[in-house]
Design a protein around this ligand. Structure first.
Ligand code: LHQ
Length: 266
């Protein structure tokens, strides 16, 4: 595993396994909460995955017992504390933008509690799975803040206005199972099978037609704010692009020849 942080402390671990770029938040003793250093290192890791053609799926997870407990609350009370505006505009928002704009699927493996910005980081990924003992917590209201990191955009779209408002205002724990039941995440996986199953999912995606998946992601990104007419237009435009890929030709040829397709991601 490589160390991508500036200080030499390994706050992010990065590893390429096959065609999956595996990013691990690595401040386990602080529940992988975000310092500026961690945020910048995660941005760098995401950039690296975006640029590396060998990486065809990103897998994001946390080290230790937690996935991510949001902003490090000690950092904001300590000396040289970053101002709130910097935390959002320079640390957290660029991460969410990178995930949504990444032209390959981003799988999030929620290995433990996901709180505050950590919860909304998990929800911003394309496919989020969680170990059954994990839980989600919109912790912001407990400290007088509003949900950030895209949460007010994404959560009501995933689970509806009422449930989102209740989670955000009450700050109740939501178990992985409940999160899956209400459509907030894709799946809750028993703890014993979690890591293998989550990584297998990322590996499966990494062998699929990457361009087609990227264009699917673009269509989904746009559907949040488009009318039906605009979305039909967008599908036309994006489908034409998908139709020009090697993987579309290969997919059809493999079907006709009754053999498994060999997708190349282009
Ligand atoms: C932590 C943290 C943490 C530091 C656990 N910081 N150390 C945007 C704009 C500007 C400012 C603020 O933030 C934001 C965005 C946000 O993300 S706001 C929301 C910030 N996050 C929270 O409010 C969650 C705070 N954490 C918790 O409520 C609990 O730790 C949870 C529920 C996540 C886990 O509870 P437990 O399982 O009981 O674990 P614990 O509380 O004992 O935590 C374990 C260790 O991790 C502990 O360290 P210690 O040295 O005492 O053993 C905690 O201090 C540390 N830790 N979260 N956010």
């Amino acid at each position: 595993m490589e160390n991508l942080s500036a200080s030499g402390k390994e706050v992010i671990l990065f590893e390429k396994g096959g065609q999956v770029g595996r990013i691990t938040l690595n401040r386990p003793e602080k529940f992988n909460s975000f310092t500026g250093e961690l945020a910048y290192a995660l941005q760098a890791a995401l950039d690296r995955c975006a640029e590396d053609e060998e990486v065809r799926c990103v897998y994001l997870t946390g080290a230790g017992r937690a996935f991510c407990a949001g902003q490090d609350l000690q950092e904001i009370t300590g000396p040289n504390a970053p101002v709130l505006e910097t935390i959002l505009s320079k640390h957290l928002n660029p991460i969410i933008r990178r995930i949504r704009q990444m032209e390959k699927p981003v799988v999030c493996g929620v290995n433990g509690v996901a709180a505050g910005a950590g919860a909304n980081l998990a929800l911003a990924c394309d496919i989020t799975v969680a170990t059954e003992s994990a839980y989600f917590l919109q912790a912001f209201s407990k400290i007088g803040l509003i949900p950030d990191s895209g949460g007010t955009f994404i959560l009501p779209r995933l689970i509806g206005w009422q449930r989102a408002a209740a989670q955000m205002m009450l700050g109740d724990r939501v178990s992985a199972r409940e999160a899956a039941d209400i459509g907030m995440i894709y799946k809750a996986i028993p703890d014993y099978a979690f890591e293998a199953e989550a990584i297998a999912l990322a590996e499966q995606l990494s062998q699929m037609p990457t361009r087609g998946l990227a264009l699917t992601k673009q269509a989904l990104n746009r559907s949040f704010s488009n009318t039906l007419e605009q979305q039909l237009q967008a599908e036309e435009e994006l489908q034409i692009m998908a139709g020009r890929t090697h993987d579309f030709q290969e997919g059809v040829r493999a079907f006709i020849e009754k053999r498994p397709a060999q997708f190349k991601g282009r």
